[in-house]
Ligand binder design. Structure first.
Ligand code: SF4
Length: 360
């Protein structure tokens, strides 16, 4: 009998918090099915047999970025081929074009454009919100919010208040990468530090704004760094609750400055889902982001603790710039079939996890 694993099993049965050492032990353990069983138990306690999805439209306003993070294939210079910045009219049209398809969320995430003023972003949100007040707008990562604060001189709270008044309903979880400033210094020195990223989410939560959180893994970080990242998220959630979902994102090396690094393996991806589910006992949902994981691994991840498979994103650009070889969008029927085939109940949700429809 594996005494250490039994100890972890005992904690999971009793709803006790796992330690950093427990998380590392699970990561290094090779009995995938034992880990899956524990993660599934934790998932069932949170969301029973439900697996959530939503119908959303990603709007990536620009790919021109002053930050040029080494792991990113999306952000480029304004002179580079393929550089673009939507006008507010174009952004509006991009959103409006899919409204008839039952979209319940506009998901607005972009790069750190060196010249576009904050007013531009506010105008885009405001126009979408005024035209479609029932469609939730999840907009701007903590890194972007922090950047808006830098270019305007407004505080983080003032930036969030302005966006909220324009119609922003919640903020996504991107830009966390790995919350370790040595790593950030090597990979993305020109954007928000770990503390700055956490501070944006802390402020948002204190204002009652829901957010998500992510982890970009599989580049230069160690397993210890990943566990430390999860614990920082867990601590913030204890202090100022507001994270709805955690989304682990495998690093996709293609077209980045880190091409010597191999893409993560399927075992690493599903273990990361399972360890996240087990470590983040105070975050309700773990999302298997099919765009980056691939549809097959995302479906498998449902047996490793994931209870959300993201949206029927209609044309996604950021991950595909980095070589994601998945479809740019899949239909609602395909998502429902994927979830049913895995043996779970597909549940369409809105951005705030209100249930819209169950597909029994
Ligand atoms: S990750 Fe974001 S901030 Fe970094 S280069 Fe890409 S778009 Fe710019």
């Amino acid at each position: 009998m594996d005494v250490r694993l039994e100890g972890i099993r005992h904690k999971v049965h009793n709803g006790e918090r796992l330690s950093a050492e427990d998380g590392l032990y699970l990561y290094r353990h090779n009995d995938l099915l034992a880990i899956a069983e524990l993660a599934r138990e934790a998932k069932i306690k949170k969301s029973q047999d439900k697996v959530f999805f939503n119908v959303n439209r990603h709007i990536n306003l620009t790919n021109i970025c002053h930050s040029r993070c080494k792991f990113c294939a999306f952000g480029i210079d304004s002179q580079d081929q393929g550089a673009y910045a939507m006008t507010p009219d174009e952004a509006f049209a991009w959103g409006a074009e899919v409204v008839e398809q039952g979209v319940t969320e506009f998901h607005v995430v972009s790069a750190l454009h060196p010249d576009l003023p904050f007013d531009y972003y506010v105008e885009v949100i405001s126009r979408l919100h005024q035209a479609y007040p029932d469609i939730h707008i999840q907009a701007f990562t903590a890194v972007e919010i922090h950047y808006f604060s830098q270019i305007t001189g407004l505080s983080i709270r003032e930036v969030l208040e302005t966006l909220q008044e324009a119609g922003m309903g919640s903020i996504p979880g991107g830009g966390a990468e790995i919350l370790n400033d040595n790593i950030r210094q090597q990979l993305c020195p020109n954007k928000a530090t770990s503390d700055e990223w956490l501070e944006v989410h802390r402020t948002a939560h204190q204002m009652g704004i829901k957010t998500n959180c992510t982890m970009l893994y599989g580049h230069i970080e160690s397993l210890e760094d990943r566990i430390d990242h999860l614990i920082q998220l867990r601590n913030l959630q204890d202090e100022a609750p507001g994270f709805q979902a955690f989304i682990p994102l495998p690093f996709l090396p293609e077209n980045t400055h880190l091409q010597g690094i191999s893409r993560t393996t399927a075992v690493d991806d599903i273990k990361t889902i399972a360890v996240s589910r087990l470590m983040l006992d105070n975050i309700d949902h773990i999302k298997a982001f099919w765009i980056m994981l691939g549809i097959g691994i995302a479906q498998l991840a449902l047996h490793f603790g994931a209870d959300d498979i993201d949206g029927t994103v209609i044309e996604e650009r950021i991950m595909h710039a980095a070589g994601a070889d998945t479809e740019k969008g899949i239909t609602k029927n395909e998502i429902i079939r994927l979830i049913q085939q895995a043996g779970y109940l597909p549940v369409e949700r809105d951005t705030l996890y209100n249930i819209l429809r169950e597909f029994r």
